[in-house]
Design a protein around this ligand. Sequence first.
Ligand code: PEP
Ligand code: MG
Length: 551
Amino acid sequence: MIVIQGKGVSKGVANGPIYFFQRPSATITDAPAADLEVEKQRIAAAQEKSAAQLNALADKARAEAGDETAILFETHAMFVEDDDYVECMMTALEERHCTAEKAVQLAGEEFSAMLAAMDDPYMQARAADIKDVTRRILNNLTGIAEGGIDSEVPVILAADDLAPSETLQLDKSKILGFITQGGSGNSHTAILARTMGIPAICGLGEALKAEYGGRQVYIDGETGQVAIEPDEITLASFQSKQEEQQKMKELMETMKGQKDVTLDGREMMVYCNIGSPEDISAVLSNDGQGIGLFRSEFLYLASSDYPTEEEQFQAYKNVAAAMGGKRVVIRTLDIGADKQVDYFQMHKEENPALGVRAIRICLNRPEVFRTQLRALYRASAYGKVAIMFPMITSVWEVKECKRACQKVMAELDKEGVPYRQDTEIGIMIETPASVLVAEELAKEVDFFSVGTNDLTQYTLACDRQANDLGKFFDPHHPAVLRALKMATDAAHKAGIWIGICGELGADLELLETFLAIGIDELSVSPTSVLPLRAEIRKSIAKTCTLEKLEC
Ligand code: PEP
Ligand code: MG
């Protein structure tokens, strides 16, 4: 048995074979092809393989998920052989005398751009399909396993580290757990693992060796323990924890349908954090009462080009409609720092966490902002959408955001496109500056949501990505909790609600402090909803104290 110790960042016990993540390393160059005939045959073979994969997926979908999903895969299989698309590839090949990979890449770009530029929203939405099909053909050309995992059975995925965009593109049905050499509990990859309810351990360092690939492992996402080929005693202890986990799950089932209310009648809104429309099923199965944070940037991260207004509209609309009138807070684009998107072509920064990120990018690039706001307002007609702006530091930023909203609403009015005029507008409290001017900010908006991941980082001057700051990175620090109290007092003075959507919201040790501070909403990963509800229902709000705010 080999035992290695890391930092548990997403709870749960899992076991399976270790599989090392295959990073797509093929950079597609413009180098000339040696023989065009060979390249043509390679394209034909990759097309054939892609079509076969898609037809197999369609059959599986038909059996498991119904006709609608099956038709989607069948349509993609047809796109693989679409005459115009294939002609685009052949033209690129002959005109540029390039490799099959380059020709497919160029055809995908050209064809999807052409569709995106069409007036018909249906055709615009097909641009995303072409991008998806192109990615599949390219993967087959370069021998990269779809979803990064070439395994028949589900695995414990090992990697040096995983970028949020890589995590998003993984085939989740194949993943039992994550183990990584680097990473930190506040990184977006850890946040995604929690959202997906998959156990994860990071910071294993050099102790996680490539030679362990294929060996059976047990991982405990709470303690951070990784046991490779465990001996009998260790195995028994992991298995009994797994049984406990199962019992807890069953116990939590009894919380479904119950109210999020303390014993003395104080209500708390318990919402969920999501990264994509696919996470909705987890929200519904865990009985989340709304969405407190939809990280819209994950749509951008999962895409190889700017998502169009239509693509975004469909995603937001699906979430709003699926929540059936419950509040859905969608945060506008929050990239930068660890969330890098190549096609934005951002300048390299020395300190990206302090650089041009989040709302700063949107205010600097009004067209990108406008596209997203149009999609959000259009989606507002299908549910109870609220719009939230990240990384606010100043009142003028909020005023500028609101002006951009007004402009978009005026455009939609002119076009006769339906939207909800009373769509709530809120901001994230993630910087000490926003806490210090919270009274003025509160007069401008309908709600606050505290991003404690960034608020902790900026208040304590601790990089949230670093995994070696140890006790210096302390989200329970009285400075962070006092900042929460200041923002709450300012919100309530202005008569608006305030929530927490950072990871701290799910910290049961702080629930009483949040109740004492007066927090109105907690937005957590879907799997944290029921344990949080159980704890709320045991609490007595009026006896909660602010003692944790003392030094
Ligand atoms: C936060 O900073 O707490 C937050 C919710 O936003 P993100 O983690 O996406 O930066
Ligand atoms: Mg943040």
